[in-house]
Structures are given as C-alpha cells and as structure tokens.
Design a protein around this ligand. Sequence first.
Ligand code: PGA
Length: 248
Amino acid sequence: MRKKMIAGNWKMNYTLSQTEEFLLEIKDRISVDDVDVVICPSFVSLYLASNILDGTNIHLGAQNVFYEEKGAYTGEVSAPMLVSAFVDYCIVGHSERRTMFNETNEVVNKKIKILLENTIKPILCVGESLEERESKKLFDIISNQLNESLKDIDEKNVADNIIIAYEPIWAIGTGKTATLEQAEEMCKFIRDQIEKKYSKKVAQSVRILYGGSVNTKNASEIINSDNIDGALVGGASLKNDFVSIVNC
Ligand code: PGA
C-alpha cells in the first residue's frame, strides 16, 4: 500500500516573517499520520521552517539543489547544506526550472544522484507543454524525461526514495486542471514505464503525484484515483486551503 503524499511548493513566495506567520497558523491543524506532508519553502526560509516544524510530522522540502558537493559555484546551494537545514525532500526538474533556468534531463539526473547520496528524497517533476500534448508526441516526451532523468538510478532508490510528480505545464498556475482521466492516464503510463525499466514490484512501490492547479475542490477526486498517490500543490499551498487539501 503506497502512502499518500501532499507536497506544497511555495515557489518564490514568503519572506521569513511571512513563513513564520503562516506555518504557526497551519502546523497544528495538520496532524495526519497516514499521509506524508511536505512543505517546500525558499532556501532562505528552510532553517526557520525546520525549527517551527520540529516535533510535528510535517516534512521539509527544498525546491532545488546544485549537483556538486561544494566549491566555487556562486549562488548555488548543495545537498549537504540542505541536510544541515533538516531537509528530507527536494523538488527537481520543475517545469519552471526547465524552461526559465535551462534545466535539462541530464542536469536533473545529476541532481537526483547527489540528493540520493545525501539521503534526501527527490521529487522528480515531468510534464508536457500544451503544444507537446497536441503534437501527439506526449508519451514519447514523458518517457524520455523519465529515462534520461533516472539514468543509472538503481531500482531500490526508485522504489523507496524517489517520488515522481506528473505536472502538465499547461495546468500549472493557470487554474486549468487536467481532467481526472488525463491525470490518471498519464500517471498510469508513468507507472507502466517504471515497470518496463525496472519491475512490477518497483512500479507498485513508486509514488506518483499529480500537480497543476490542485485546489480544495478537485483535490479529493485526484488524490483518490488508482494511480495517483497524492499532489504537488503550488498556489493553494500558500493558503489555508493547504490544510483542507491534506485533510481530504
Ligand atoms: P499550481 O502549481 O498548483 O499553482 O498550479 C503547481 C506546481 O507548480 O507544482
């Protein structure tokens, strides 16, 4: 039985004082044991958030990492730094990073490797643009993202430590959610690809989330679909709505 997961991606929102205010407001209202809840604030807010969330069952996630351990990489943040801020999860390959910061599958693969070496669980995002969906190359694009991002990653890590988030780019921040059929179809396709590449056992273990305009109205239906194990929530994770989404 796969444990459900709800992860909140705050993106570039909330200063330190806003982080404190919001987390103090919601942390005691999220007390579910049967769901993994992850909050991903900005790098600046991580340590403060880890202090506030200490003693709760809410996990801390980062939104990005650099693939080298340390050195002359001005402006970057390493996996050991994330460990020192008590980070358990890290988003990689988000479409905003792929499109605005040229993050390729090869870079994503390196980031996944450094995270696993540092016992941080990667949340690997894959997804297509509207153009790609309409071009009928949809399935090739997603399977290519998976194959290249997971190159040389062993099956134990895929089964136990990697979370995959299917996020159609056209549904992110647009208020246009994929239909349940579209989301389920693609999450099932991803699970089938994992079975092909690894085994049925790995495919049955790996958690696959849906992301893209998840809100209090559509969350329950999406999260309870056969091949969808939870949600990666953007905009709605910045509001009290996040508590309702977790509780549903
Ligand atoms: P959204 O973002 O929920 O605001 O659409 C999702 C995401 O980018 O992870």
